[in-house]
Design a protein around this ligand. Structure first.
Ligand SMILES: Cc1cc2nc3c(=O)[nH]c(=O)nc-3n(C[C@H](O)[C@H](O)[C@H](O)COP(=O)(O)O)c2cc1C
Length: 359
């Protein structure tokens, strides 16, 4: 295969990670454009990667990274992959992050990248790789823990729109141009950086732990086999989500029995109980125990109390999850937890993108 004259690259290597198929679809669209321009293309899925593999190629190469945005950042597995990526002088690269877009009537609403473009771009630049393109892509949101999936016709219409945008992006890069769509939203991205950091170090561990398997589970273990970070184990014939879980939403969307739920009722109750009762109770206890630093009203003592409260709250949440998993084996409790989950009800659609679904 010989590339056409106007084309800058001989090879395209795309590394992609995709929880539910959006980022994979974007990678496939770029591959289609590349093949039309006779660029040799290799697509590499980084699910469960052990070490970073870079195929041997000659000539001018363009490297692409396609992944979803998780908590205003790239998912930890992708950041780890990029951190381990070898130093390559003179290579060009692009970053495409799919985000959670919405469509209200005729209005297409964008998601927000936060650090998802800038942070990996800095890491890659430090490795000598030149960033020639950054493209956020507002495909339908798949965050089924938080909201029901969009209707199929809305999904299809968003797909039609964003496929064209990806194709324009790919054409521009292949012809030697540069495109930094991400730069437009920089002020908003900066504002959410503290949330991105909070999500990375704390938030993601809570969210992942709201997933449960209801009695509809028939132990097919598809979720275990498909998990891109090997986060799901079978314990007592029931899937159990470990702290490795990245909440990519593949398991909840692909379960053939629709047996995976997010325990909204239980999580809400635990949050209310922990924050409304446990922390005030501890505060009173410390006061009564007359601990010196609680009595003094200095800034430092306030900070120490704040941190202690958070540590205890986090421990309480960890313990709640173990209790939740333990009690799920009792039919009656399982029913209560399942039926107080919004995702149990029909209106809480699962997300299924057209074409590649990562099944
Ligand atoms: C845990 C989680 C966190 C997310 N965080 C963001 C976010 O910070 N900003 C955003 O625009 N979309 C966010 N989303 C939406 C996804 O990035 C979006 O739906 C993406 O297209 C999914 O791609 P995939 O199908 O390849 O996994 C989040 C989704 C999940 C599951």
């Amino acid at each position: 295969m010989t590339k056409t004259d106007s084309v800058k690259y001989d090879h395209l290597i795309i590394y992609y990670f995709s929880g539910t198929g959006n980022a994979k679809n974007a990678a496939l669209w770029i591959k289609d454009v590349a093949e039309k321009k006779k660029i040799n293309t290799t697509l590499i899925n980084i699910d469960r990667f052990k070490k970073v593999e870079t195929p041997e190629v000659t000539g001018k190469v363009l490297i692409g990274f396609c992944a979803p945005t998780h908590g205003f950042n790239l998912p930890p597995i992708v950041l780890k992959f990029i951190a381990q990526f070898p130093k390559i002088d003179n290579a060009d690269a692009f970053i495409l992050n799919t985000r959670g877009g919405l469509k209200l009537s005729k209005l297409f609403l964008p998601g927000l990248s936060g650090l998802a473009q800038i942070f990996p771009a800095i890491i890659l630049r430090l490795k000598g790789i030149r960033i020639v393109g950054m493209q956020p892509l507002d495909l339908p949101s798949n965050w089924i823990i938080l909201h029901p999936g969009l209707r199929q016709e809305v999904i299809n219409s968003m797909y039609r729109r964003y496929q064209k945008i990806v194709e324009q992006f790919a054409n521009k890069l292949f012809d030697g141009g540069r495109k930094y769509k991400a730069l437009l939203s920089i002020p908003f991205d900066i504002v959410v950086i503290p949330i991105a950091i909070g999500y990375y170090f704390i938030g993601r561990f809570f969210l992942a732990k709201t997933l449960i398997a209801s009695d509809a589970c028939n132990q097919c273990e598809l979720c275990v086999k498909q998990c891109p970070v090997k986060a799901i184990k079978m314990i007592d014939k029931r899937p159990y989500w470990t702290y490795k879980c990245e909440s990519c939403m593949r398991c909840i969307n692909n379960c053939p029995q629709r047996a995976i739920e997010t325990a909204h009722g239980f999580s809400g109750l635990m949050f209310y109980f922990g924050y409304g009762f446990i922390i005030p109770f501890l505060y009173t206890l410390w006061k009564n125990l007359s601990l010196g630093f609680v009595k003094s009203s200095s800034f430092i003592s306030g900070q120490i109390i704040g941190i202690l409260e958070w540590v205890i709250f986090i421990l309480f949440v960890f313990l709640s999850y173990y209790l939740l998993q333990y009690f799920m084996r009792f039919k009656f409790i399982n029913r209560i937890i399942t039926y107080t989950s919004l995702s149990k009800y029909k209106f809480w659609r699962r997300y299924n993108p057209p074409k590649a679904t990562n099944k």
